[in-house]
Design a protein around this ligand. Structure first.
Ligand SMILES: Cc1cc2nc3c(=O)[nH]c(=O)nc-3n(C[C@H](O)[C@H](O)[C@H](O)COP(=O)(O)OP(=O)(O)OC[C@H]3O[C@@H](n4cnc5c(N)ncnc54)[C@H](O)[C@@H]3O)c2cc1C
Length: 416
């Protein structure tokens, strides 16, 4: 009998999984349940659509409108409200249900909303979906005051697009007082902050928001430091949480995300998970972590689908890696950039030219890095960390002169 595959979530993980399932099994039915209207799209393209570099269609993951139909993948625009593993079916929010033989959960994550009054006022927005962008877009006019609540990775990407649209941007870093705290150390984050200020962005370093009110002059956000800021538009970027609420009662184990094994299987038979919603293996540490980046989502989707369709395939583990462009300054974080206990590090800081390199070593290998204002080294650093190559004598040479990264890479690849 033809197998019934159901994929929940039309992001990069779900789309790649559905396509892989079709390639692997020509006769099974593949249903992709998309929780948002319109063709599946990439969230990472939203900042480009915001700045006007691409139009909405440019965010679509597959450009031909009949791509899914041509592959025999059924797109269903609905949300899954419940998973019932005993009956092997999912219940849809719009009514009805879908039986499955193999089910993939690829529902990603959503912005976490701080519990403060005023969050539902017009002009207070998250920036996560195309629908969010459609609401924000008409409010963006040159000179408009935009306050970004939160200074994480996504906020800092949006910041660039807002400035490109002529907005007058203020960033509130929250209680940590730091920018991109989860991917950069204090030196790198501080450099990015100084760069932003030099480019005319106001950065507030103290205080969590406690309330948003509408005043005559616009929206006023009060911080627990006593400071306040006024804006025409407030974009809330104060963290994310995985979309797992609908799994309650299913028995699927959830920690920071859905717990998966090396085959992307969940704790429940015939159910897999992939992408931002999954807590999969880190290639360097072997620990389970949520790595909320598109390359991980795509690889999760592919590997999960191979396993669902009967080709046992181990997931090699993901590398946490983020590249950020903030008003022209490029910064990167790789793996265990914060270092490991008992490890060694080397840092080169050039505050004047906004250049920074921090390399973290452990057990004779490169395990993490932060860079600011340096782009040539990105591929090399990634290669050294991901291949887990032993540096041998190059460890001491790199500690003395980290600019010899390229030489080290070539020599280690040749086993010299
Ligand atoms: C503004 C922005 C910029 C980004 N920039 C980058 C970048 O530069 N580089 C990078 O690597 N990553 C970036 N990311 C992160 C990247 O977009 C995610 O890692 C990626 O989208 C994860 O893919 P996914 O398929 O796991 O989840 P998602 O893309 O979130 O897709 C999940 C899908 O599931 C649907 N869904 C949720 N619940 C249900 C339900 N109950 N029923 C049915 N469907 C449901 C959602 O509507 C959505 O369509 C960015 C994210 C944002 C928001």
């Amino acid at each position: 009998m033809a197998r019934r595959y159901v994929v929940v979530g039309g992001g990069p993980a779900g789309v790649v999984a559905a396509e892989t399932l079709r390639r692997q099994d020509a006769t099974g039915s593949v249903t992709l349940v998309c929780g948002e209207p319109g063709p599946p799209y990439a969230r990472m393209a939203i900042p480009y659509a915001m700045s006007g570099k691409i139009d909405e269609a440019g965010t679509w993951l597959r450009k031909e409108w009949d791509h899914y139909e041509a592959l025999g993948i059924q797109l269903l625009h609905d949300r899954v409200a419940k998973v019932d593993p005993d009956a092997r079916r999912v219940v849809l929010a719009g009514g009805g249900e879908l039986p499955y033989d193999a089910l993939l959960i690829a529902t990603g994550s959503s912005p976490a909303r701080p519990r403060i009054p005023g969050l539902d006022l017009p002009g207070v927005q998250s920036c996560w979906t195309l629908e969010d962008l459609r609401r924000i877009d008409p409010m963006l006019r040159p000179g408009r005051r935009v306050l970004l609540l939160g200074a994480g990775f996504v906020s800092c990407i949006i910041l660039q697009s807002l400035v490109q649209r002529g907005a007058k941007v203020t960033v509130s870093c929250g209680s940590s007082g730091r920018m991109v705290r989860s991917m950069m150390d204090e030196t790198a984050g501080g450099m990015i902050m100084r760069w932003c200020r030099a480019k005319g962005v106001e950065v507030l370093t103290a205080g969590r928001p406690t309330a948003i009110e509408r005043r005559e002059a616009g929206l006023r956000v009060t911080l627990d430091s006593g400071q306040s800021a006024e804006a025409d538009l407030v974009i809330v970027g104060t963290g994310v949480r995985t979309n797992t609420a609908f799994l309650q009662g299913s028995g699927i184990a959830v920690e920071d995300g859905i717990v998966v094994d090396r085959y992307l299987r969940t704790s429940v038979d015939s159910i897999w998970a992939a992408g931002d919603v999954a807590q999969g293996f880190n290639c360097c540490t072997g620990l389970r972590e949520v790595h909320a980046i598109q390359p991980t989502a795509v690889e999760h989707g592919r590997v999960a689908a191979l396993n669902m369709s009967g080709t046992p395939t181990e997931f090699g583990g993901s590398l946490s890696m983020n590249t950020l462009e903030t008003l022209g300054l490029i910064s990167c974080s790789f793996g265990q950039w914060m270092g490991r206990q008992g490890g060694e590090q080397v840092r080169v800081v050039d505050q004047e030219h906004f250049r920074y390199l921090r390399l973290e070593f452990f057990d004779g290998r490169l395990v993490g890095a932060n860079t600011v204002g340096m782009t040539n080294e990105i591929g090399i650093i990634r290669g050294l960390i991901q291949t887990r190559v032993r540096l041998g004598g190059w460890l001491d040479r790199l500690k003395r002169d980290p600019s010899r990264l390229a030489e080290a890479y070539v020599a280690c690849a040749q086993g010299v």
